[in-house]
Design a binder for this molecule. Sequence first.
Ligand code: CJB
Length: 833
Amino acid sequence: VEASIPEPQRAAWSRNQIQSFTDKDGFEKEVVRHVETTLARSMFNCDESAAYSATSLAFRDRLIKDWNKTQQRQTYRDTKRVYYLSLEFLMGRALDNAMLNVGLKDAAKGGLADLGFRIEDIIGQEHDAALGNGGLGRLAACFLDSLASLNYPAWGYGLRYRYGIFKQEIIDGYQVEVPDYWLDFNPWEFPRHDVTVDIQFFGHVSKTTKDDGKTAAIWEGGEIVQAVAYDVPIPGYDTPTTNNLRLWSSKASGGEFDFQKFNNGDYESSVAEQQRAETISAVLYPNDNLERGKELRLKQQYFWVAASLYDIVRRFKKSKRGWNEFADQVAIQLNDTHPTLAIVELQRILLDIEGLEWDVAWDIVTKTFGYTNHTVLPEALEKWPVGLVQYLLPRHLQIIYDINLYFLQTVEKAFPKDRDMLTRVSIIEESQPKMVRMAHLAIVGSHKVNGVAELHSDLIKTTIFKDFVEVYGPDKFTNVTNGITPRRWLHQANPRLSELIASKCGGNGFLKDLTQLNRLEAHAKDAAFRREWAEIKYANKVRLAKHIKNVTGVTVNPAALFDVQVKRIHEYKRQQLNIFGVIHRYLTLKGMSVEERKKQLPRVSVFGGKAAPGYWMAKQIIHLINAVGSVINKDEEIGDLLKVIFLEDYNVSKAEMICPASDLSEHISTAGTEASGTSNMKFVLNGGLIIGTCDGANIEITREIGESNIFLFGNLAEDVEDLRHAHNYGSHSIDSDLEKVFGTIESGTFGTPHDFSAMIAAVRHHGDYYLVSDDFHSYMETHRLVDESYRNQDEWVSKCITSVARMGFFSSDRCINEYADGIWNVEPLVVQE
Ligand code: CJB
């Protein structure tokens, strides 16, 4: 029961609350206070770790005040809220972001200097919050930043994994996975032990007759696991709006452990039960673009979705509105199919608990949900065995069958003679065993389905969801091209470039309206400006070169062209094409006379990225990159002309250092496979050019920045099918230069050839599914153009400036506004302070 406090009293408390610090001196006082009280240490033995803790706590206090006010304001105004359900939030570090968003980084820098610390060292103390795999999780994090910065009333809901994505070590050239325990000290989360939800699993369904004679389902028995909320404040940039990210942690429902069993001497099983419950939120599944259908993963999904919906419904009910208003107050976005059970859970709540009629409930459900698809790769589309769903969630399976029945009835009416259509669109795949197709369920249960870049949104309409376009018409499907937050990916990652841009764009306004970058265009040919620009790029390269030296021992020349490919390792992303290209470059250099070599442009090829632990081919690719590096980097004939670096444990904070240091970055997926890509945007925004295929957002980047500012190559998506068919049923001759590369690998130049035989066989003998050979020639030719272009530094830098000037479209703010208008129908809640 909440205490009822009279309004005048509340207002008085608000007025009298402790004031937040606003300058260096105030910040210093707060740091000292936290060191001496919260941390119970003395300033005399305050090390960097304690200084990080105290600095974070000082900023956290500020955020909490804004967070409280934001929540009060949203509750009081009772406007529509957005709920973003994502199994991944790849947040990275929070401190730097908080300092910049509240506009007090300079104060902190000065204060820390007074106390004897460098701010970069303090920022570097923080462990990344790495609750995600790659693009999908990072997109969710950028969206949270934009939602808060644009003052949308919005919550994120996710899982509080005890272990995030594993840490990657490279030992003898191989990836080794190390657990990422990140919760030792995390000042950015608030446990809410009072916000708990009981989540039911297993059991059975019985029927009961209600007073009005109708029957209702009752889900009984099974086991209960408790969900405990942990809240993470999400500060907007240059606004007091501070939204909430709520992460659920699992716990045995009986508290510590079952005391009865414990007292009876059955210690082991009482502890085992506790451990079983805690396992649910223990670890993030480390697969990117791959679903493996594990029971624990389904448990995670239901646990998180059920806790989140309980919370959302509880909040809605406080407003005392009728159910007919639910979809006017609540918009829920499904980040991929992982939260699709939310559709079923809401229908269950409305039907079984709230007693609504099926049609009334279903109308509310479909108006509430929107579904974003992030991939067309067949191995990533989620399907769950019917038997597993039946066992874990018996009532939900019944509801899924009913949803399917009513859906198929409408399809049958519209396509009376088309049995195949029914089979194709059914939510249940009539396979052995039968499967629940989550994407079909997500489409049927949502009012809008979107892809994440134009090509991708067209592809889902013409391939995997083609039948659904016939069933629902094209308007249910839409595109929202991805974006990135310029706060983290420019202002935070590249402060000097951000400042230089501000000096030409009339201040920092571009950070909230990225289209203002177009004011830079006028300066692309200004020699003095170009010089300043190039100098910043060089300094960023020096910083990366130092890091490379520290972690690999290899010296690289910052004047060389830095060519970077950092992203998850995947055959479709084609790091193998890149490393084959590097080998070809090496062979070419080796074949040259000393004189000829002197004319060549030095290059550093930088790779980084994790392979899913069970993805054997991806691990081979990592091994080959490292093996090639260890040969080339030692070759004295080659020296600075070519270096190959694999940076271990690529993550968000490393990306913040790497993106600003690239001259060229590689986005070279087989056309039609990369839904959007977002690192392409980060690299261009940081003044690097890109080499890429006509895929995902590369296409829109080209449209915005102009064809002359990007290095495109390779076959087009529309030709991929035919080429694959030809490989399998016609003749398939391998590119002759690529054959030379294969020959070199097979001669043992880079170690035991057998280690790499599967990679070669995939191209030569197994149909070259990813078109490595088809694209090799055009890839190498385009790299030649890159070299040529880089020689003319004035022109190169002009291209970089012009490209940045035209990147306004790729802000996640634009993207969030499109979701808000076209899918959620929500308005910002403007703050009057
Ligand atoms: N994506 O990161 C993932 N994981 C998946 O399982 C499926 C897709 C990526 O999502 C990004 C955000 O939309 C896209 O930019 C990227 O192309 C896609 O692979």
